[in-house]
Design a protein around this ligand. Structure first.
Ligand code: ZN
Length: 276
């Protein structure tokens, strides 16, 4: 009876999972991926991310958003620094001088417009986590279903302010999620930087598999040395998540694209060029 009950539970949850989000029964496959410039900045002291290493040294950071064209519709991963920062002549200074001083050379809205895409065309979106350099433009897309870990959604913000507008359409996740039901785009639960941090596995037809890091690591040297920033929510979870990503890279023969790594981004094609 116990077995039958758990099988029924599995079937029931499978039924539930196809009733929300993308159709899951439409055409399979990712067609292309664009990397959008969602910020450029300077970190005041990079030892904030690498405890005891490079103390007092500054470093250039970048901030990316990724736009994915799937046969079932557009999907946006991360939304970057708020577009309003583009109008600030001196950029956005951080409260902590060791953190990142951000500028916005181009808005996200303008980059979508250049591609002929309206915000309402974006059917689904996800953010790796709820820090301001990732959620700055969520409400540019009030009709896009947000895919977010329950742990992140319910993590109280400063003064208990909710992290997302309660009226924003949302699918709360508890772990990994095959977004389109065809294995082409998978949200990977990678907690640690924040309680419900997540990363994204994308399988492109020609480029092959790519993992978008979120902030599971902030730059390659920290990834290579498995360093955990002092600002992270949970050190053990961060280390376990880096191991999970490492295992995924090996299994899928995937590249790791690290969101804030300027040296890596300098070698990648930016929108309107794309990866297919
Ligand atoms: Zn970040």
């Amino acid at each position: 009876m116990k077995r039958a009950g758990s099988l029924a539970a599995v079937l029931f949850s499978a039924v539930l999972s196809v009733t929300v989000g993308y159709a899951q029964s439409g055409k399979p496959g990712v067609e292309r991926l664009y990397i959008l410039n969602c910020g450029e900045g300077v970190a005041g002291d990079i030892s904030r991310w690498s405890p005891g290493v490079n103390e007092g040294k500054s470093m250039d950071f970048v901030d990316n958003c990724y736009l994915i064209k799937h046969a079932q519709g557009w999907f946006l991963w991360d939304t970057g620094i708020a577009d309003a920062v583009a109008a600030m002549p001196n950029g956005l200074a951080p409260a902590d001088p060791k953190a990142v001083f951000w500028r916005r050379p181009k808005t996200l809205a303008a980059q979508l417009d250049q591609l002929g895409i309206k915000p309402a065309d974006i059917k689904g979106m996800a953010v790796s986590h709820t820090h301001p350099d990732h959620v700055g433009n969520v409400e540019l897309f009030p009709t896009a279903t947000l895919y977010v870990q329950k742990a992140e959604y319910e993590w109280p913000g400063a003064n208990n302010v909710p992290r997302f507008k309660p009226e924003h359409p949302v699918t709360k996740l508890d772990g990994d999620r095959d977004l389109f039901g065809d294995g082409s785009v998978t949200i990977l639960s990678t907690p640690g930087h924040t309680p419900g941090h997540q990363s994204l596995l994308v399988k492109l037809p020609k480029t092959g598999a790519v993992v978008l890091s979120g902030d599971a690591a902030h730059f390659k040297d920290n990834w290579d040395n498995r360093r955990v920033p002092s600002i992270n929510f949970n050190k053990e979870q961060t280390q376990a998540s880096m191991q999970k990503l490492s295992d995924t890279l090996a299994k899928e023969k995937a590249q790791l694209w690290i969101n804030h790594d300027k040296a890596q981004r300098d070698g990648l094609k930016m929108s309107p060029e794309f990866y297919d």
